[in-house]
Design a protein. Structure first.
Length: 188
């Protein structure tokens, strides 16, 4: 009987210990991180820009890209980054392998092989000038003209400088190297 009570006590103790430690380690629910950045389709952002001009930021990604997912989970989820991007850009998520047709000002962009594996959409090719690397970020001015494309994963403190360089129009007055050396952001 004492052995049975001891085993029961151990089971209850372990259950309480592990349930407490597991709940403390659960990742935040998806709904807590959603909504930090208002993401638009390319078409939505382009049309919004026609009505109320604002720079566009285009995140060119693929579903299979691990660095793209890391960028979403870490850098884009940072409140400082999200706040600045939402204020200064129409932010676009563009799946480089999307299957549908995009029509911008009468020009159609298609995926030439929508049923093929890893077939790249022509809009992604155009925005990245054929330099397909994921993730990549394209900055467009208020007129929808491409300013530049930046490739690769970036941690939030580094990325803060990049988005400020374009968002503040510093690119009109200085080079990236000049700006970067003097930039003091909120993140360290």
């Amino acid at each position: 009987m004492k052995k049975h009570n001891l085993i029961l006590l151990l089971i209850v103790g372990f259950s309480l210990y592990f349930s407490g430690s597991l709940s403390a380690q659960e990742p935040p629910k998806a709904t807590e991180k959603e909504g930090l950045i208002k993401w638009y389709s390319f078409e939505e952002a382009y049309n919004l820009n026609k009505k109320k001009p604002k720079k566009m930021f285009v995140d060119v990604y693929t579903d299979w890209c691990g660095w793209c997912k890391k960028m979403d989970a870490e850098t884009f989820a940072n409140p400082v980054i999200a706040k600045y991007m939402s204020k200064n850009f129409y932010c676009v998520k563009l799946d480089a392998e999307r299957k549908d047709t995009v029509v911008i000002d009468g020009q159609s962009f298609v995926n030439p092989s929508p049923t093929g594996k890893r077939s790249t959409h022509r809009l992604a090719i155009e925005l990245l000038s054929g330099k397909m690397s994921y993730p990549s970020y394209v900055f467009l001015n208020e007129k929808g003209q491409k300013l530049t494309a930046v490739a690769g994963y970036q941690k939030a403190p580094e990325f803060e400088g990049v988005i400020n360089f374009f968002g503040s129009d510093a690119y009109l007055k200085s080079t990236w190297e000049e700006y970067r050396t003097g930039f003091k952001g909120e993140l360290k």
